[in-house]
Design a protein around this ligand. Structure first.
Ligand code: F6P
Length: 382
């Protein structure tokens, strides 16, 4: 886990404001811990005498209420959030399609234009007498939250992603769960790889950052780890595998981040999408195909993909998610808006929303994790 020295919340707290009703939403890809944030936020808000509403599937509950039986808003009572801390997914649903600031709309002539629908969201808040919103999401959702705050809404963001690529917070919930599960998968793959004397190539998520691949690969004793931050040369990986052969180790495990790419080569993209991020995937299969002739060893590939986003959050992720949910409500109670909660051990601090989502946090090449991998003899493809 990347660490920073603890910083104090230096900004002075604004005057507390009267809040009667808040809304909560979850946007972007789901991550284990979302329900824990919702529960902590709801209970902390109810204990302050506030009412809570949940917006369905990002802002869709406000933008297209007719599509939902309940009108797109859920009354979040103490009973509604009981027993959900350990559950994966999100009781509110989520979406990583249709950014409301650049909403893809098909015109009569078939052209697709991007429309800003933030005015409708603000009108929805007024209509339902919502005083503030807690927006839980990744870089996309937090950027939207920042724009809504600039337009006058009271907003507090909660960072979420299994990829751990959000700057300004040392870690995001969901990441530990993803790495723990992927490491267990490596343990399982090791025995079958050894039994068949094979090379197993394991592709993991992470977008343009190698955090999941690196932490999984080190913890699961991979023989090679390929991350986006270090463009790879498969010749180097093949040499490492042949060297293992010479030492009597007839199998190898190669962990590949979905955003990894060859030196001088391109990312592997499944789909380009209008109004949302491109979808990565397939590099594991490519690496397996190209590695086989270089090593003369039977090679298989496995894509862990969305399995990393499912399941119960680990204790670490539950606790972090609960801390974030309570801190978001505390921020609103203190009169803060336009901020994101962030982990800066040992504390949770607040970061301006216009600052937070705009810098991607990638793996520093001089980090102790990269050095550890190298010192353990793990090939990083360079
Ligand atoms: O950002 C989270 C993430 O899980 C990435 O690691 C991955 O590239 C992406 O979402 C997949 O998104 P989708 O749910 O659209 O397949």
């Amino acid at each position: 886990m990347p660490r920073k020295t603890a910083r104090k919340n230096t900004e002075s707290a604004p005057a507390p404001t009267a809040i009667k009703r808040i809304a909560i939403n979850t946007g972007g890809g789901d991550a284990p811990g979302l329900n824990a944030v919702i529960r902590a936020a709801v209970v902390s808000a109810i204990n302050r005498g506030w009412e809570c509403l949940g917006i369905r599937e990002g802002y869709n509950g406000l933008l297209m209420p007719e599509q939902y039986r309940d009108g797109g808003l859920i009354r979040l009572t103490r009973e509604r959030v009981r027993g959900i801390t350990h559950l994966g997914g999100t009781i509110l649903g989520t979406t990583n399609r249709g950014n409301p600031l650049k909403y893809p709309t098909v015109m009569k002539d078939g052209r697709i234009v991007e429309r800003d629908r933030s005015g409708e969201i603000i009108a929805g808040f007024k209509k339902h007498r919502i005083d503030a919103v807690i927006a839980i999401g990744g870089d996309g959702s937090l950027s939207i939250a920042g724009v809504l705050a600039q337009k006058g809404l009271k907003v507090v963001g909660v960072p979420k992603t299994i990829d751990n690529d959000l700057d300004e917070t040392v870690i995001t919930f969901g990441f530990d769960t993803a790495v723990s599960f992927a490491t267990e998968c490596l343990d399982r793959l090791r025995s079958t790889a050894e039994a068949h004397r094979r090379v197993m190539v394991v592709e993991v998520m992470g977008r343009y950052a190698g955090w999941i691949a690196l932490n999984t690969g080190i913890s699961g004793a991979a023989d090679a780890i390929l991350i986006p931050e270090i463009p790879y040369d498969l010749g180097k990986v093949a040499t490492a595998i042949r060297e293992r052969e010479r030492r009597g180790r007839h199998f190898s495990i190669v962990v590949v981040a979905e955003g990894a790419h060859p030196q001088g080569g391109e990312l592997t993209v499944v789909e380009k999408r209008i109004g949302s991020a491109e979808r990565l995937g397939g590099v594991g299969e490519k690496v397996a195909k190209e590695l086989e002739p270089l090593t003369s060893k039977e090679t298989r590939h496995v894509v862990l993909g969305h399995l990393l986003r499912g399941g119960s959050p680990t204790t670490f992720d539950r606790l972090l998610a609960l801390r974030f949910g309570s801190a978001a409500v505390r921020a609103l109670a203190e009169g803060r808006s336009g901020v994101m909660v962030a982990l800066d051990p040992p504390t949770v601090r607040y970061v301006p929303l216009e600052k937070a989502p705009h810098r991607m946090k990638t793996v520093p090449l001089d980090s102790d994790s990269v050095l550890t991998a190298r010192e353990l003899g793990i090939c990083l493809g360079d």
